[in-house]
Each structure stands twice: as structure tokens, then as C-alpha cells.
Write a protein that binds this ligand. Structure first.
Ligand code: NAD
Ligand code: GLY
Length: 363
């Protein structure tokens, strides 16, 4: 087992990564401070892993709530069902919420924990690659709004994160690829050696090689923990973690939540950000093509949806949380592994990227 630390002073917490952690008695238990807990999970994950997790919680009086599956359920209405359950079962302030599932369950449960009785403890047990490498770490919690992704939420850190890499074996291929998009993101942001490692190992990752996946989760969590520790509430450097997300969130909203997976939209969004960086002259076209090639080998979309116009993007990107004074701020590349935040992007070049379709990152 690997143990990393998210260093946030009195809100610091460990990330445990390894095989067989879910059923390991004594691992999660010390992080449940009261006598009661509510495990929030969903209809896909519950039959696979709920009993195992409950079994590892020993003497904790453990209720559970099984949510419907899917990104379209990440709403205020679903959040209401968590409050209903907590109140109906008389959970007090000393309770702990445990999120067992992917990023949807993790984000919504974290927000319920942030707001129930003004804040109760919570624990992340991420079960998708995407949630193990990204969403379970760092304390961003929340739900979607019809006008924009993750528009309602809170920064709220968990007590610990337990990433059992064995659970990735039951993940559908499409979900594995979506998680790999966020892994590639760390390489592109600031870790060129990791990007090169991914180029060498992408085929093994795609067939679910356990050792390679564990290494990818470890490096990704190290990256994320370091950036979150430096800038918990996204005053600066944390915004780099949004590489591809300004375009990607617009795609998710335009297509209807869940039509494109989050990782798929981020994959196409990273190709768009790379293309714009190349048009600005910050990245040579060979490097841009190299980034696109890795995302393509990972089986991710490398062009926006054909039905989305430049106007659609501009309308939806105006809701991005990085917008400041009405100006969209993009995360762009000054080289592979050198992401920067940029607000003054030339409108003509942006329009060219939005209209490039299948020809992104080509001479
Ligand atoms: P998800 O939670 O919808 O899970 C994907 C699918 O896999 C679901 O159908 C789920 O039921 C299923 N599943 C989960 N674990 C499984 C397992 N072990 N075996 C088989 N099936 C399993 O999606 P996701 O990709 O995990 O997360 C995407 C969400 O995370 C989005 O809402 C996105 O906005 C959010 N996100 C949040 C952050 C953050 O910092 N909070 C970061 C990135 C993404
Ligand atoms: N996934 C972006 C962040 O956590 O900041």
C-alpha cells in the first residue's frame, strides 16, 4: 500500500492507494470519528462493493443509500434525497458520510457532507479511474445546473481517500479511457517525463495492467496533492488542473449531461487547448500532434462533437468558473508539460480553433 498526504494544515489527510484496500479492516475505521455512518453509493457499484466496505467498518452503525446511476443524476434533487435519508434516519452532526463510487457519487456526497448540519465528516472511496486520479482528491464537491457543470458546490476536504486499485477490474472500457484522459492531463500540465511514460505504456493501461494502473494512480495523486496543497481554493496554480475543461464542460452541457463522459469531453477539450496554443505560436505543431496522438491512442475523442458550432462554445464557455470580468481564461500550453493560465486570447485564433473540427493540431 502507498500512503500519500494532502498537506493542508489541520485539514490534511491521507490518500491510501493499493490492492485489497476496500475490505481491509482497520483502514477506514479510524477515520470514522463517531459511531454512525451513511454510505452513499449507486445502483451499479452497490452490488459489487457495498458489502465488502460495510464488512470492513466493524462496529460502526452503517446505513446506506443507493442512488440511481449517471451524470444526469448529479443534481440538487438527488442531493435532496441524501438529506432526506440523513434526517429520516436521525443522523447527528457526529455522523460520517462515505462516498463509494465514481466522481458523480463523490462530488454529490461531498457536497451533502459540506452542507448537512453545516458540515459533517466524509470519506472518499473512489471506484473509477477518474475518481481515483482526480475527483476524490482536493475537496471540490458539488452538483450540475442545467446552464453549467458543477455550478453549485463547495470546497470541502475529506478525512481520507481510499483508492483500491482492484475495483478498476470491473470498470467498463469506455470508463477506463475516460479516466486516462485525466491521467494524461497531469503529464501535459507539468510532467513531461510522465507524459513520455504514458506514451510507452498506454497499451498496457488500456488492457487494465494492474501494476501500470497503480503507478498511474500514484503519480496522478502525487501531482494533484501537490497542486491542491499549494492552492486549495484555486486562487492561482490549481486552475491549471482545468486544462481542457473550459472546452470540455461546454461540450458536456451542450450534449446533455452523460452523453459525452466527463473524461471524453476533457480529452477533446485538451486537443482544442493544444491547438489554440499552437496557433498562438507557443507550441510547435510537432508537439501539438504528439499530444493529440497520445489522446487518440487512448481511444478518446480528439475533435468536438460535429453538431456544436463556435457560437455554441462561446455561449456556454461564458459560464466557465474561470471567467473574470467577463473574460474567459484558458489553460494553454507553452510546451508539453508547461501549462499556463491566459486571459487575453486573440479572438480570431480562438474562432479558428472552434471551427477546426477534425483538423485540430494539424498543419
Ligand atoms: P461516474 O461517477 O458516473 O462513474 C462512471 C460509471 O462507472 C458509472 O456508471 C458508475 O456507476 C460506474 N462505476 C463506478 N465504479 C465502478 C466499478 N468499479 N466497476 C464498474 N462500474 C463502476 O463518473 P466518473 O468518471 O467517475 O466521474 C465523473 C464526474 O466527476 C463528473 O461529474 C465530473 O464533473 C466529476 N469530477 C470532479 C472532480 C473534482 O475535483 N471534484 C474532478 C474531475 C471530475
Ligand atoms: N479537477 C480540477 C480540480 O480539482 O481542481
Amino acid at each position: 500500500m502507498i500512503k500519500l498526504e494532502v498537506d493542508l494544515g489541520e485539514r490534511s489527510y491521507p490518500i491510501f492507494i493499493g490492492s485489497g484496500l476496500l475490505g481491509q479492516a482497520g483502514l477506514v475505521r479510524p477515520h470514522v470519528h463517531g459511531k454512525r455512518a451513511l454510505i452513499v453509493t449507486n445502483e451499479v457499484v452497490a452490488p459489487l462493493y457495498l458489502a465488502q466496505l460495510k464488512g470492513a467498518l466493524g462496529d460502526v452503525q452503517c446505513d446506506h443509500l443507493v442512488l440511481p446511476d449517471g451524470e444526469h443524476t448529479k443534481t440538487l434533487a438527488t442531493l435532496g434525497t441524501i438529506y432526506d435519508k440523513l434526517l429520516a434516519d436521525r443522523h447527528e452532526r457526529s455522523t460520517t458520510l462515505i462516498a463509494l463510487g465514481g466522481g458523480v457519487v463523490g462530488d454529490i456526497t461531498g457536497f451533502a457532507a459540506a452542507t448537512y448540519q453545516r458540515g459533517v465528516n466524509f470519506i472518499q472511496v473512489p471506484t473509477t479511474l477518474l475518481s481515483q486520479v482526480d475527483s476524490s482528491v482536493g475537496g471540490k464537491t458539488g452538483v450540475n445546473h442545467p446552464l453549467g457543470k458543477n455550478m453549485i458546490g463547495a470546497f470541502y476536504q475529506p478525512q481520507c481517500v481510499v483508492a483500491d486499485t482492484d475495483v478498476l477490474a470491473s470498470l467498463p472500457d469506455r470508463e477506463l479511457k475516460a479516466g486516462i484522459a485525466e491521467v494524461i492531463k497531469y503529464g501535459l500540465i507539468d510532467n513531461l517525463p510522465f507524459f513520455a511514460w504514458l506514451e510507452s505504456n498506454i497499451d498496457g493501461l488500456l488492457v487494465g495492467d494492474k501494476t501500470l494502473l497503480a503507478e498511474a494512480v500514484k503519480v496522478s495523486c502525487e501531482e494533484k496533492a501537490r497542486i491542491v496543497a499549494a492552492d486549495e481554493k484555486e486562487g492561482g496554480v490549481r486552475a491549471l488542473l482545468n486544462l481542457g475543461h473550459t472546452f470540455g464542460h461546454a461540450i458536456e452541457t451542450a450534449m446533455g449531461y452523460g452523453t459525452w463522459l466527463h473524461g471524453e469531453a476533457v480529452g477533446a477539450g485538451m486537443v482544442m487547448a493544444t491547438d489554440l496554443s499552437a496557433r498562438l505560436g507557443w507550441l510547435d505543431m510537432d508537439a501539438a500532434a504528439r499530444a493529440k496522438a497520445l489522446l487518440q491512442r487512448a481511444g478518446l475523442p480528439v475533435a468536438p462533437p460535429s453538431g456544436m458550432s463556435a457560437d455554441d462554445f462561446m455561449r456556454l464557455m461564458a459560464f466557465d468558473k474561470k471567467v473574470q470580468g467577463g473574460k474567459i481564461r484558458f489553460i494553454l500550453l507553452r510546451g508539453l508539460g508547461k501549462a499556463v493560465i491566459e486571459s487575453g486570447v486573440d479572438a480570431t485564433l480562438l474562432q479558428q480553433t472552434l471551427e477546426a473540427g477534425d483538423n485540430l493540431c494539424q498543419r
